[in-house]
Write a protein that binds this ligand. Structure first.
Ligand SMILES: NC(=O)c1ccc[n+]([C@@H]2O[C@H](COP(=O)([O-])OP(=O)(O)OC[C@H]3O[C@@H](n4cnc5c(N)ncnc54)[C@H](OP(=O)(O)O)[C@@H]3O)[C@@H](O)[C@H]2O)c1
Length: 321
């Protein structure tokens, strides 16, 4: 089969479209023919080997040689103990811990798979898993955002932010989206009440405060976020620098404790099975999936460059149909 392979960290030029052995499913795995795979910041980070957390399991060379984690496609075959899916069924999955989606076929643990929601296209189903889970858990499950509250979403013009803005508005919140100048209009179109260009304004220094800060691009010292939280407010680190991550983990629980402010990591539970609430909202037409660009498998390097250079508004999807 064809796959986009890399063996060392680096820019998109290190990726090669090449022929590799079609994988054989283990007992508890399902072989899926990939019809669409969406790009995430984690693919860009895994390609570059930066931030350092993207090198877990592969400090010097990539652990997985094929990137791509959010897939939608059709079951081709199943291992001996994988009995929930039959060949020909349409499925989708988040395979962040296995990767391998930038290929014509991929083996997926049966537990990571879910049937494709009725009425959804392959590209919509591929767009949802990681970004949808971050938004759902960041805004509702862990964010506990309530009607009338104020939320700031940092990095809101990308994949997760696209869903997070819409979920926050559906929850009746007042939403501030932060991203670069190219994405301000896009965030407004999704429903953001206020937008901030991070290249011109530092939201931690403008005196405004929020009940919830969902941080998809955390590069500041953890202390900086405290003054942007209302008493009782919560800050959730999703992605960003390792220095900020360590501070959030080590001193986050202490910062702001006196005022009931919570500074925490959002450790996202993966798996298409956790997505039911957002799937229903998509099916009902209440949440839209915005696909900025579509690419073919041989264009994965170009697609990753577009995402990594910060142009993508919403999702970028590779189509293999
Ligand atoms: N915690 C977990 O369990 C977990 C699980 C999966 C993924 N993640 C993390 O989730 C993060 C977000 O993923 P995503 O797919 O939504 O990424 P994305 O689509 O690339 O969106 C991130 C957005 O943040 C913007 N940005 C970059 N630097 C910024 C800054 N300093 N201030 C404000 N905005 C900034 C980017 O724009 P420009 O760069 O173009 O300016 C981009 O629009 C990734 O870092 C990933 O590692 C975490």
């Amino acid at each position: 089969m064809k796959a986009v392979v890399y063996t060392r960290y680096g820019p998109p030029d290190v990726l090669r479209l090449t022929d590799v052995q079609t994988p054989v499913p283990k007992d508890d795995e399902v072989l899926v023919q990939v019809h669409a795979v969406s790009l995430n910041a984690t693919d860009w980070e895994g390609l570059q080997g930066q931030p350092l957390y993207s090198r877990i399991g592969g400090p010097f060379r990539p652990r997985h040689h094929i990137l791509g984690s959010d897939i939608a496609g059709r079951v081709e075959a199943a291992g001996r103990n994988a009995t929930r899916f039959r060949p020909g069924e349409d499925v989708f999955a988040d395979i962040l811990s296995h990767m391998g989606g930038f290929a014509e076929s991929v083996c997926v643990p049966e537990t990571a798979l879910a049937r494709m929601p009725a009425g959804m296209t392959y590209e919509e189903a591929a767009a949802l898993p990681q970004a949808g889970a971050i938004a759902l858990q960041g805004i509702r499950d862990k964010g506990q955002l309530r009607p009338g509250q104020k939320v700031l979403i940092n990095g809101a013009g990308g994949g997760s932010g696209m869903y997070a803005i819409q979920l926050a508005k559906l929850n009746g919140a007042e939403v501030t989206g932060v991203d670069n100048s190219e994405k301000l209009e896009f965030m407004r179109s999704l429903g953001a009440d206020h937008v901030i260009d991070y290249t011109r304004e530092d939201f931690t220094r403008n005196g405004r405060t929020y009940h919830l800060i969902l941080d998809l691009a955390a590069y500041r010292p953890a202390f900086a976020y405290k003054s942007s939280l209302m008493p009782g407010g919560r800050y959730l680190y999703v992605g960003g620098s390792v220095a900020t991550l360590l501070q959030v983990l080590l001193i986050g629980p202490l910062i702001g404790r006196a005022e009931g402010k919570k500074i925490r990591l959002l450790a996202v539970r993966q798996g298409a099975q956790h997505l039911a609430p957002i799937v229903e909202l998509c099916q009902a037409g209440k949440v839209a999936t915005v696909i900025d660009r579509r690419y073919r498998l041989n264009e994965v390097p170009e697609a990753l460059r577009y995402l990594g250079d910060g142009h993508a508004k919403g999702k970028v999807v590779v189509i293999l149909e």
